[in-house]
Design a protein around this ligand. Structure first.
Ligand SMILES: Nc1ncnc2c1ncn2[C@@H]1O[C@H](COP(=O)(O)OP(=O)(O)OP(=O)(O)O)[C@@H](O)[C@H]1O
Length: 459
């Protein structure tokens, strides 16, 4: 149909002028340059030439114009089932890229490359949720994926606590590179496997094979580098492999639970080589990210009927490890299947009682929290409940909301009510702030711990 419309384009344009009163200036300025991008399911996708700028798009997307063009096309082609879409070239190119990626991902050669490279098929950028704690790491990984081997991020060194997505992110880079070209030689290896292979190669006099395997890749990913063994011969082999790849501008991606300078298991010269690229840290996810991860994973696992309050319960109680977040969801799924029961907050609590071990203390109430925080932080309960916004009052208010959620089974709304009727977004924001401040400010963290102890003793 594309060819047909193109061959009748002048006819369509003249119909627009004669039948629908669109001036020839308009036609020549805006309409003549419309290009057909593709035809799918009897819909003709036009794109607007970027050079014509935003005004062209505004004009061409105006409702009446859509209708006039559609009518002219239908009339000229004598086909009333045709539809049209007018869009920016940019978007269409993006959707084109999406379609290309989708078809690559389904191809056998890509699947083979993923398995040859030792990658988990699920660890792609598409399944990675971006939030405050990992935004910087994610952006850096995308940049490396786009242009591997650049000096600034070679090696790319990702570090952070366990279960925060380092493996997922590093493998996303590898997938991205293979999606562009599945012939690229990519190799992912946990550091234990890597060191055992070195040790075996030295023992069995097969270091040539070892070198052949590791020094001919374009992208080498070594996970959990903190587990590498401190034996001199192992580290020398590793150092030489590293140098060979680095000098040939091959991308090296490493992960660890600590920054390079704190890696005691590595000798000094390796540590300083790791610092050539800028180490990138990845932090715990905030509340919103935890909720987004839970909801996305639930959708992926077809856990469709999980109530919002169950997501909230998990997100509030499993705070610093995404693997555990996934584990909690998984448990709830299994529990409800086994018991053939629908998931409720009660069943979720029951199935997670081993994981979320800190039993909420039934004797601590919102009012006792308000009173204790008020005494300890020297802010009156009335001020905490008021609309006053000075820093110290706002902080005390946030601490009350945080502790209500942490130490009791109160809903977000009830926690908001304790501090004068705040809505649930204010409560979530308060929780995030207190969590962040506890990590950044040891004195503040002490204050919170002291208040918790007081509440426990008085309960
Ligand atoms: N931002 C995220 N979005 C979606 N899933 C995530 C995210 N971060 C982590 N995960 C998931 O959490 C689980 C643990 O992540 P991963 O294994 O990458 O963590 P890690 O930091 O490498 O942990 P470790 O240091 O213990 O090896 C994986 O299933 C991963 O898919």
């Amino acid at each position: 149909m594309k060819e047909l419309i193109e061959s009748k384009w002048e006819e369509i344009l003249s119909l627009l002028e004669t039948e629908y009163d669109i001036s020839s200036i308009m036609i020549n300025t805006w309409i003549r340059s419309l290009k057909i991008y593709e035809v799918k399911n009897n819909t003709v996708y036009f794109y607007v030439d970027e050079k014509l700028g935003e005004n062209a798009l505004k004009f061409l997307k105006r409702k009446e114009f859509d209708i006039f063009l559609l009518s002219s096309i239908r009339e000229t082609l004598n086909d009333s089932t045709i539809d049209i879409v007018i869009d920016e070239k940019k978007n269409l190119i993006e959707s084109d890229e999406e379609a290309r990626k989708e078809s690559v991902q389904k191809s056998d050669s890509y699947k083979e490359a993923v398995s040859r490279s030792n990658l988990n098929p699920k660890y792609t950028f598409d399944t990675f949720i971006v939030g405050e704690g990992n935004r910087h790491a994610h952006a850096t990984c995308l940049a490396v994926a786009d242009l591997p081997g650049q000096d600034n991020f070679n090696p790319l060194f990702l570090y952070g606590n366990s279960g925060l997505g380092k493996t997922h992110l590093m493998q996303s880079i590898a997938h991205y590179i293979l999606q562009k070209d599945d012939k690229t030689k990519v190799l992912y290896v946990p550091s234990e496997t890597f060191t055992h292979e070195i040790i075996d190669a030295i023992k069995n006099h097969t270091t040539n094979e070892f070198r052949e395997k590791y020094r001919n890749v374009d992208v080498l990913l070594i996970d959990d580098i903190q587990f590498i063994i401190k034996k001199e011969s192992t580290q020398t082999e590793f150092f030489n492999t590293f140098n060979e790849l680095y000098n040939n501008k091959k991308q090296i991606i490493l992960s660890s639970d600590q920054p390079p300078k704190e890696l005691q298991s590595l000798n000094e010269r390796i540590r300083s080589r790791f610092e050539c690229g800028i180490p990138i840290d990845i932090h715990e996810p905030d509340y919103e990210t935890r909720m987004a991860i839970l909801k996305t994973k639930a959708e992926m696992d077809h856990l469709n009927d999980i109530p919002e309050e169950v997501f909230q319960y998990i997100a509030e109680n499993v705070t610093n490890n995404i693997r555990e977040l996934e584990g909690a969801l998984h448990k709830i799924g299994i529990f409800s299947k086994l018991m053939k029961e629908e998931v409720t907050l009660e069943t979720a609590k029951e199935s997670l009682k081993d994981l979320i071990n800190k039993e909420k203390n039934e004797t601590i109430t919102g009012e006792t929290i308000l009173k204790t925080v008020s005494e300890h932080m020297n802010i009156s309960p009335d001020d905490i409940r008021s609309k006053k916004r000075s820093q110290d009052i706002a902080t005390a208010r946030q601490v009350v909301m945080y502790l209500c959620r942490k130490l009791t089974v109160m809903s977000l709304q009830s926690a908001g009510n304790i501090v004068g009727g705040r809505d649930h977004t204010t409560v979530i924001n308060g929780i995030n702030r207190v969590e962040a401040k506890r990590k950044e400010d040891p004195a503040f963290n002490n204050t919170i711990e002291t208040i918790i102890k007081k509440l426990d003793t008085n309960a």
